[in-house]
Design a protein around this ligand. Sequence first.
Ligand SMILES: Cc1ncc(COP(=O)(O)O)c(C=O)c1O
Length: 470
Amino acid sequence: MSEEINWEQVLEWDKKYIVRTWNSLREYKPVPIASTDGDYLIMPNGTRLLDFFNQLYCVNAGQKVEFINNKIKEALDRYGFLQDAYTTDYKARAAKLIIEDILGNESWAGKVRFTSTGSEAVETALNIAKTFTNRPLVITREHAYHGFTHGASSVTRLKGSRNGIVETDPKSIPRHVPGRADMIAIAPAPNCMRCSLGHKYGSCHDENGELACVKYTRRLIQNHGPEQVAAIITEITQGAGSIHPPDEYVPQIRKMTKELGILWIVDEILTGFGRTGKWFEYQHYGVEPDIITCAKGISSSAIPAGAVIVSKEIAAFMDQYRWETVSTFSGHPIAMAAVCANLEYMINENLVEKARQAGEYIKVKLEELKAKHVSIGSFGGHGVLWIVEIVKDDKMTPYIEEDRNFTHEADALTFPTKIIFNKALEKGVLLGGAVPNTLRIGASLNVSKEDIDKAMDAFDYGLSYLESLK
Ligand SMILES: Cc1ncc(COP(=O)(O)O)c(C=O)c1O
């Protein structure tokens, strides 16, 4: 089929008619992809790229799974479109799969509302949290990424991802429109490599073992008055911000929210549906949330879908009222068919366990690379989501001083993540990060040992090159 496509023309139309993100038109270099397969993207000239970005960590079951595609085709033979006021077997079964089959062993999960995207899931979760508590304020954290819509970009604190525009000339004053003004307060991220409170991990616990960043968050909420605070929203591993927390952080945050009587919204949009080797990342920490947001892996992105899962208590509250809201595409029958097929496939193929095993292997490979390369400062993660800090020396000096507070894409060629990206590309591997000094590694839950080896060889090659530049 791809021979019939005039790729010259495709590239011309792409540049001419599409409003682009991340690059000005002058900087923009389109990357044409003719098809996808498993963990690979295939270019029109037949080049196969091993995708260790997993397309924004979305394609949990892998690209183009036959079982999922066939179920979607069946759904297309049955339905065109039905709006949310109607019930379909797909929508009801998708909800049952999540609440009973996946979360049935836990005490908290009550009901689900479907959305089309992650940002909408965050938007919906913020709305529900404020409605349920009747309080205006939401706590978020430095370097958080929660989406691009109004509320979601308010709680997004990763500087270069807050929906603004910047000049292409690094010398000019940035024209950056930051996340909009929903009512938020910003807590520290659990960034042990570069603690914004100036602590060193190991000497940052108080006499009760509470981490300084948790203590600060507690004081922040007390300062605003818990009676004003609806919720704290957290990713667990910060995805775009690329921070993996120390183990005690998550239970301590949960304990604090219970003590202060505020809700805990866990954004599992990137980490959910098996990516971390459990269905949800919070499950690694023996805690239960009040609300979680999902998208990406819920359908392995074969069709866009998202969801908000609320506790039994919140579900019972919402059941009493008329909620005056509508989303045209909530519960879209084809998207719901994709969710059902994806979740059934994941269950039948034991993909969550496969991701856990892949994670154990990735960990061994990263340990080997760390022993070899001074430029790996630290790493953390689980399943098929790993965060690797790249440093200049054993004093943990960052390559790019601004670290996660960078703005200019124009500086990107000096970013270690960009340098490693370019070298890995020579080996046919897509591998890099969203921020200058930190690599984010991901693949499908089904990734093969051979492909992990290939990606880690490319990483090794990139690190050796980076170190040779000194
Ligand atoms: C943690 C997290 N929350 C929210 C979003 C927003 O999701 P979407 O891009 O589907 O709107 C993303 C997207 O990358 C994400 O990683």
